[in-house]
Design a protein around this ligand. Structure first.
Ligand SMILES: [Zn+2]
Length: 170
């Protein structure tokens, strides 16, 4: 009603604005508040938030019924940062140490190690994950790759194919 009055240039003091007039504004405002809160929160989940910056975004696999379940699960674990690495198994008390058993480096086997540092995998995975930039730490590089992959799922597929060739399962 108020918008109608405004359109006709007849605004009087008796005009009240109905919430439906500003419904779009309210929704947009709430969406921004939510996104800002979500993006700026730290602690658990920071990994995922660094990749998915819009909490309201539909999942990357939505509407992709042709994708196999193991593929979706693996990619989701990468996005959640909860890939089934030795570091994660150690955290869950399923292993006595978090070290990598694919190489002899005695390094903690987390995602960054497995994807970029492990001597068993890095020759194959580095060309996939490296975008040629220098001065970027491993964590940022992996996050950046996964973030780009959300908009170009071919990147998920390339990573998945290489993990399969390396016989690494998350
Ligand atoms: Zn290793």
């Amino acid at each position: 009603m108020a918008s109608n009055e405004i359109r006709h240039g007849e605004i009087s003091n008796s005009i009240t604005s109905h919430f439906t007039d500003v419904y779009k504004l309210i929704v947009e405002h709430q969406r921004q508040v939510w996104s800002t809160t979500y993006t700026n929160a730290d602690g658990a989940g920071a990994w995922t938030r660094a990749i998915i910056q819009d909490p309201l975004r539909p999942p990357w696999f939505s509407g992709r019924r042709e994708l196999n379940r193991r593929y979706i699960t693996t990619i989701n674990r990468l996005i959640l940062g909860h890939a089934f690495t030795n570091s994660f198994k150690f955290l869950m008390k399923k292993r006595n140490d978090p070290d990598c058993d694919l190489c002899e480096q005695h390094m903690v086997q987390d995602l960054q190690h497995l994807l970029l540092k492990c001597t068993r995998t890095r020759t194959s995975l580095n060309p996939v994950l490296h975008d040629g930039t220098v001065g970027v730490d491993d964590r940022a590089r992996v996050l950046e790759y996964l973030k780009r992959a959300l908009n170009n799922t071919q990147l998920f597929r390339e990573l998945w194919d290489m993990l399969n060739i390396l016989q690494i399962q998350f």
